[in-house]
Design a protein. Sequence first.
Length: 680
Amino acid sequence: MPDTDLSISSLSFLKELNAELHHTSDFLCEALVVRRGQSFRLRLQLSRELQAQDRLLIQLSLGERPLQAKETLVELLVQRDPEPGRWGATITQTSHNQCEVDLKTPPNAIVGKYSLSVKIGDNYTYRPKHNHFYLLFNPWCEEDDVYLPDEASLQEYVLSDLGYVYVGHSKDIKGRPWNFGQFEEGVLELCMELLDKKRLGQAARRDPVRLARAMSALVNANDDRGVLVGNWSGKYSDGTSPIKWTGSSSILLEYGRTRAPVKYGQCWVFSGVLTTVMRCLGIPARSVTNFSSAHDTDGNLTIDVYVSRSGERLDNMAADSIWNFHVWNDVWMKRPDLPEGYDGWQALDATPQEESEGVFQCGPCPLKAIKHGEVHLPYESKFVFAEVNADRVVWRVQGAGSDAVTKVSEQRHAVGRYISTKAAGRDQREDITALYKFPEGSSEERKMTDRACAICSIAPPSQESSQLQLGLQCPVPVRLGSPISVSVCLSSLGPRPLTLTIMAAAQLQAYNGKTVATVKALKQEVTVQAETSTSVSMEIEAAEYLSKLSEVNDNLLLRVTAMAECEKPYFVCTEDIIIGFEYPPITVDLPVTAKLGEPFTGTFTFKNTTGVPMDNCKLLVEGLGLFKLATFNHGNVPVGRIFRSEILCAPYRRGPRKIIATISSDQISGITAEGAVTVE
């Protein structure tokens, strides 16, 4: 019997049922979102009961020119019995004029936005009014290359839309709350639009390695007019200061709205946005911070640092640098493009530092390759290896205008400290240094270093001996507006007294290691008796550094560099310390619990005890699932002034929710707090 009398009156994607089974219920999106390698169900309302001889064909298409040969066009005959194969459409239930079909997608299907239609016979095609759905990677599917077997990790690295990025320095690590917001309205659609950029063809979208590498380029704006413009100048008047952002979704939505790169980002912002994009598409991802992170521009696995005779850092002479912290990403996936053994976490970095293959992109690079010094493996293993393992070589410039330099020290273990990420399921920092490198000074570390140097044809670093132990001590963190006392500690290691010239310089610097202003310098003669210790004190009054704050108001840090020079026997040694500042708190008042759809008020209170007036002061607050990003302008806030702001919250998502608050001003930025509420 012909099926020309059969037609379809409606098609339901059964969104609620499928979303729960596919772990996509949190997406604030009208269309169905499912994961590959797992069936999802459709319900068809027919003009009559389905008969055995009726022939239904489900057609799926992807992109502008779908082709069956590339699997961007898929035609599936609806069967009553399941058949083996990559794709399939099986009738699971019929009742009168209703028919339910299970649609099977392969675990390596192309990720993207699919359109769906149903053909009956040769002349009838039904296209639902809203006929598209989104297909994502599936870390719950064993056959998917992003399969992650640990449920706690899946909850954190795929489904959590809240987290932290870690900032500060190795002696004072701070967790900055961050709203990833991968489920917010419009974010998934924007991520899918990024896939349409010319860098990523349709076939590459099935491969998490190629997709992740492309996204590391597309999140920065250096190529293909990507999402974020990087800016480390300290001048942001034509955009948003990187330190003002509280999350990724507002950045991505601004990019989607304006169709122009968003100004501005620095490393933790690039990492936060890349985490959002990866989690949104279904690839497990986390933000990772490397403290004392090397930026090796010439690939020699050493970082050259130049200082003046008075101990001041001379940034204009160095292309290399050591950032107090650098934030990138780990993404989880198999590496079928590499020899066996390199699956798992891969380093990926969207911060535009160095070009690779003519593009500002970095990774994915297996953590195992980094740990074992296998710097020949793709992608950018040598660069990431240097970030966590490079040696720091300090050179002293002989005098003003002189090119003559003297090597002062070669430090083997100065970089790659306390590599950190948020722990799965806990609001705590997890140290993952052991995933990136062997313990400092161990035999395994020595072998790894020798292997990397051999691959790069570089001589291994030499071991140094010294007659003097030089150290710096300061209670950290220092409350902003308080004086600072630094002790230069000197210990003789030899059998004779040492007459030394002690020089020290205190300099304000940005988090990427660049000097902004010199605060104070010290020069003093001292004699250290044989095998004894003494110290020299450097006192810095609050006014001496507070007057310089407007020159570096984001990620404020003070570096003190000390140098000891001895004439007989002649040697020079140096050491430095980074001092972070403790800001006055923002008090966040929220109820412990709230009810879905019932408004409540959140209150934010701040007192300026910094020691300096805060001009053009703004409070920015964001609460995913509670309200959109809001800004309160408080103008000029004198020392001692208290301000209070209130925001009306209307919960639209259940579960634990957080509000992030941050304060910025012309003098000081980055004062951050968070509050928590459970929506029932």
